[in-house]
Design a protein around this ligand. Structure first.
Ligand SMILES: *Cc1c(COP(=O)(O)O)cnc(C)c1O
Length: 401
C-alpha cells in the first residue's frame, strides 16, 4: 500500500465518515501550493472554503502566532488580556461598527447572531416573549449546529436531526416580494449570505441586498449578513455587501479571520444591538483568546491597507474573463461569482462535479464540488497570476476530455 492509501484506509477505519475527501493526503503547504505525503504538489483552488485567504504558512500570520505562543495563549474571559481590547477595537473599525463579540467557529458566531437578534427583539423592539421570528433564505448555509440545520433546506444537512428549533421562516433567495411578505411585527432579523457559497456561489440579482436593507429598516428588523465565507477580501471588497453599497446591522465573520491558523469568529454590530448582553448571558471559554486575537489582529492589519481586496478584484476579473470563455462550448453551462470566487456549472454529460474534481486532482489542482455538477473555485488571494492561469488551463484540459 502507498503512504496515501494507508493513510486513507486508517482514516476510514477510525474517523466518522461525515466527509468524503478527495484521495490526497497533504503533508505541508506554502502559499497557494500543498505537498502530499508522496511529494506531489497541488495548487489549492479551495483555500479552506476561504479560511486560507492569505495562503498557507503566511509569514506575517505565522510570526504573529509564534510570538503570541511564547507569551500567553489562553486566559478565559474571566480575566482581561492585553490583546483583547485592540482586537475588538480594530475589528469594529474595519467593519465600520462599534462592538465585537468574539467566538471561535463560524457556526458559533451564527448562533451568537441568532441569540443577539432574539434578545434585541424582546428587549428593544418589544416582540412578545417566545415569538421572535428570523427570516432566512432557501439553500442557505450557516453551519452545522442543531438550531442552524433546523433552518437549512438541504436534506443531507438536516435529515434525522430533529426535533428542530422553531422560529425561522424560509423565503426564496433573491426574491424581495417574498421577503417583504415574510416580515411581521415578530420578525427580529433577516439572516442572509450576501453571496450563497455552499449553494454554488450564487450572486443575488442586482438590487436585492439594497432592497433587503430598505425592507429591514422599514420594518425595524435587523439585517444580519453572514460574511463568514464572502467577507474579508474574497470578492474584491472587505465585505460582499459593499458591492451594493449596503451596510447591514450585523456582520457575522469567521474563516479568514483566523488566517488559516486558528479558528476565530465574531459578531460585529452597534452598541444598540450588542449592548443587550449582560455578564453571564452568553460566552465561550476560547472566544477572544490571546492567540486568536494576535492572529486576528494581523489579519485585520493586512485588510486595513486594501491590498488583498484589490488583488482579489484584479485577479478575480481575470479569472472570470478566462472562465467566461469556457461557457458556450458545451462543457460549461454557467459561471457565477465575484472576485476570486467562482461557481462553475459543468454540463452533467461531461461528468459529475466530483468526477471533474478527481480529474483535476490528477492534474495537480484541488477544488471542491457542490450540488452535483458544480465546482467551486476559490484560491488563496495570494495566488500568482501565472498559477491561476495554470489552474484554469488544467480545468480547460479536463473539460476537453
Ligand atoms: C463555513 C460557513 C459557516 C460555518 O462556519 P464553521 O466555522 O464551519 O462553523 C457559516 N456560514 C457560512 C456562510 C460559511 O461559509
Amino acid at each position: 500500500m502507498s503512504a496515501t492509501e494507508s493513510a486513507i484506509a486508517s482514516a476510514e477505519a477510525h474517523s466518522a465518515h461525515n466527509y468524503h475527501p478527495l484521495p490526497v493526503v497533504v503533508a505541508s503547504a506554502e502559499g497557494a501550493w500543498m505537498t502530499d505525503v508522496e511529494g506531489r504538489r497541488f495548487l489549492d483552488m479551495l483555500a479552506g472554503y476561504s479560511a486560507l485567504n492569505f495562503g498557507h504558512g503566511n509569514r506575517r500570520l505565522i510570526d504573529a502566532a509564534k510570538a503570541q505562543l511564547e507569551r500567553v495563549t489562553l486566559t478565559s474571559r474571566a480575566f482581561h488580556h492585553d490583546r483583547f481590547a485592540e482586537f475588538c477595537t480594530r475589528l469594529a473599525e474595519l467593519c465600520g461598527m462599534e462592538m465585537v463579540l468574539p467566538m471561535n467557529t463560524g457556526a458559533e458566531a451564527v448562533e451568537t447572531a441568532v441569540k443577539t437578534a432574539r434578545k434585541w427583539g424582546y428587549q428593544v423592539k418589544g416582540v412578545p416573549e417566545g415569538t421572535a421570528k428570523i427570516v432566512v433564505a432557501a439553500n442557505n448555509f450557516h453551519g452545522r449546529t442543531t438550531t442552524i440545520i433546523s433552518f437549512s433546506t438541504d436534506a443531507e444537512a438536516r435529515a434525522d436531526y430533529g426535533p428542530y428549533t422553531p422560529g425561522f421562516e424560509i423565503v426564496p433567495y433573491g426574491d424581495l416580494t417574498a421577503m417583504e411578505s415574510a416580515l411581521t411585527h415578530n420578525t427580529v432579523a433577516v439572516l442572509l449570505e450576501p453571496i450563497q457559497g455552499e449553494a454554488g456561489v450564487l450572486v443575488p440579482p442586482p438590487g436585492y441586498l439594497a432592497g433587503v436593507r430598505e425592507l429591514t429598516r422599514a420594518h425595524d428588523v435587523l439585517f444580519i449578513a453572514d460574511e463568514i465565507q464572502s467577507g474579508l477580501g474574497r470578492t474584491g471588497k472587505t465585505f460582499a455587501c459593499e458591492h451594493e453599497g449596503v451596510v447591514p446591522d450585523m456582520y457575522v465573520l469567521g474563516k479568514a479571520l483566523g488566517g488559516g491558523v486558528v479558528p476565530v469568529s465574531a459578531v460585529v454590530s452597534s452598541e444598540a444591538v450588542l449592548g443587550v448582553f449582560r455578564p453571564g448571558e452568553h460566552g465561550s471559554t476560547f472566544g477572544g483568546n490571546p492567540l486568536a486575537c494576535a492572529v486576528g489582529l494581523e489579519v485585520i492589519a493586512m485588510l486595513e491597507t486594501g491590498e488583498f481586496q484589490e488583488r482579489a478584484a484584479e485577479l478575480g476579473d481575470h479569472l472570470h474573463r478566462e472562465l467566461g470563455m469556457l461557457v458556450g462550448g458545451g462543457a460549461v453551462e454557467t459561471v457565477r461569482g465575484r472576485g476570486l470566487w467562482a461557481g462553475v456549472d459543468i454540463n452533467p454529460s461531461i461528468g459529475t462535479g466530483r468526477e471533474i474534481s478527481e480529474r483535476l486532482m490528477e492534474r495537480g489542482v484541488l477544488v471542491k464540488d457542490t450540488h452535483g455538477s458544480t465546482i467551486r473555485i476559490a484560491p488563496p488571494l495570494v495566488i500568482s497570476k501565472e498559477d491561476l492561469d495554470w489552474g484554469v488551463a488544467q480545468l480547460r484540459a479536463v473539460l476537453a476530455g
